[in-house]
Design a protein around this ligand. Structure first.
Ligand code: HEM
Length: 392
């Protein structure tokens, strides 16, 4: 595999936590000409979405187009320096370094998943590469918002999470002045990519770029959860609240990214996309459970949960009030994410069997489990945990 910087639909992602990478990234972008504009636009969009009952058209024309252009210019500030013949290190070894005790099959699962979605992993990860990836991945999805059928809430969640991601790169995020920037980011007519291709091409574009957005926002959600864990261990509960709120906003962003990725007809999913996931290399097909970034996010989430329960007890009523409220909102977002996932799977495959369990199945075995039922079992587990927390 070689670098192909022209391929905007390839994603380069880290395998390690964003702590401490974010510090290096902040240093790197301190002199960026584009970042302040992106941050300001992000803040303006969030504010507009919060305060005004805007229509999708308003949001697209006056807000998201300048943000997408600005993000593309941000990406352009950080080109990949390596030549196009530079080799990407063997992906299994990159994963093995960070998962020394994991089963080889599990690692192969991550590699296969990445290969399908054209994700390459680097370790160590150059800070400029993260900025570039954020610019490219978010601008591609934000461009597509004008054409896709997401609800205004989903658009809002995706933009709020994007704004948080970009804002996290700036050291003076909270100082950015929302009154400047919007009109400074002049958009040239050639800046906005036009619609492309057949319905099938659009479907693959959204399926792939949606998974990139999902992965990128998951990385940041994990980062906020890890920051939360360090605040929890030093019992800085106000700081913890802020991190949990950011984790909630990014988690909601991943839910919206999932809807964006799956925003195309079920027929195309069944006839084109699903079969494309069952290649020679993946005779069993594959599942979101092989998604490395989501698995790490879950680990960070569970670690924070266990620590909070150890420090504060099993019932939210015994926690500091603000923290209890923030954490409950996070747990709600988690359950709602699962509920949305069920709806997406139902839209695509109805009561069809999970791609995984339907393969190479002996005839005498009971019928394979429906994908939606697998997801419902996962949702039940989350609901059980939530009920435990709010019990009086
Ligand atoms: C952009 C992100 C995602 C999208 C658009 C998405 C979409 C879907 C769709 C369409 C199905 C039905 C699958 C089929 O053809 O059988 C499904 C099933 C499923 N998804 Fe996801 N998913 C995403 C991420 C994830 C992640 C991160 C997980 C990790 C837990 C996950 C876990 C599952 C499971 C367990 C099933 C049911 C069985 C199966 O593996 O096929 N998904 N998802």
């Amino acid at each position: 595999m070689t670098f192909n910087p022209a391929d905007e639909l390839a994603a380069y992602l880290p395998v390690r936590s964003l702590i401490p990478l974010i510090d290096d990234v902040r240093e790197k972008v301190a002199s960026s000409k584009q970042l302040p504009g992106c941050i300001t636009l992000g803040i303006q969009i969030e504010k507009a979405l919060r305060d005004t009952p805007l229509s999708i058209l308003d949001i697209q024309q006056s807000l998201t187009d300048p943000l997408a252009s600005s993000l593309r210019r941000l990406a352009a500030e950080y080109p990949i320096i390596e030549s196009s013949s530079a080799k990407i290190a063997d992906q299994f070894s990159v994963y093995r370094e960070v998962l020394p005790h994991s089963d080889a099959e599990l690692i192969k699962g991550h590699v296969i998943y990445d290969l399908y979605f054209r994700v390459s992993r680097f370790d160590p990860f150059p800070p400029g590469m993260l900025v570039r990836q954020i610019g490219l991945t978010l601008s591609v999805a934000i461009d597509e918002l004008r054409r896709c059928g997401l609800s205004i809430d989903q658009v809002g969640d995706l933009l709020a999470a994007s704004s948080l991601v970009v804002g996290t790169l700036g050291t003076s995020f909270n100082d950015a002045d929302p009154s400047t920037g919007l009109h400074e980011t002049v958009q040239s007519p050639n800046d906005v990519p036009s619609s492309f291709g057949s319905p099938t091409e659009v479907a693959f574009h959204r399926w792939r770029s949606g998974h990139h957005v999902f992965a990128l926002i998951s990385l940041f959600c994990r980062y906020f959860l890890e920051c939360g864990l360090s605040a929890a261990t030093s019992e800085k509960f106000d700081e913890l609240c802020l991190h949990v709120d950011k984790a909630t906003a990014t988690l909601r962003g991943t839910t919206a990214a999932m809807w964006y990725a799956a925003d195309f007809p079920a027929e195309i999913y069944g006839q084109e996309v699903r079969p494309s996931m069952e290649s020679e290399k993946t005779p069993q097909g594959f599942s979101g459970t092989q998604n490395f970034d989501y698995e790490r996010l879950k680990e960070a989430r569970d670690l924070l949960h266990v620590n909070l329960v150890n420090i504060l007890g099993e019932r939210l009523k015994d926690w500091p009030e603000d923290l209890g409220e923030s954490y409950l909102e996070f747990k709600e977002a988690e359950l709602e994410d699962m509920e949305n996932h069920i709806l997406i799977a139902a839209k695509m495959v109805g009561r069809g069997a999970s791609i995984f369990s339907s393969k190479n199945r002996e005839e005498e075995l009971p019928p394979p489990e429906a994908a939606v039922d697998m997801l419902r079992r996962m949702a039940e587990e989350k609901f059980r945990q939530l009920r435990g927390l709010v019990a009086r």
